[in-house]
Ligand binder design. Structure first.
Ligand code: SF4
Length: 65
């Protein structure tokens, strides 16, 4: 799995960082998403998928390898 985030779409809702705090953070200045891990381990895939589904701006894209 590859993770991509679109910071232009992000509205800083923070659901990703709450749902998967080891994968996503929020920029301390603009509140927008900061991707911490672009190629998460298999054990984290469910968490990353949940974060992507919860994002209100559809700013998290997942690609299968
Ligand atoms: S949940 Fe979506 S809109 Fe909210 S901070 Fe994360 S990427 Fe941005």
């Amino acid at each position: 799995m590859r993770v991509e985030v679109d910071r232009q779409r992000c509205v800083g809702a923070g659901m990703c960082a709450l749902t998967a705090p080891e994968m996503f953070d929020q920029d301390e200045h603009d509140g927008r998403v900061v991707l911490l891990v672009a190629d998460p381990a298999a054990s984290a895939h469910d968490e990353v998928r949940e974060a992507a589904e919860l994002c209100p701006a559809e700013a998290i894209r997942l690609r299968s390898d």
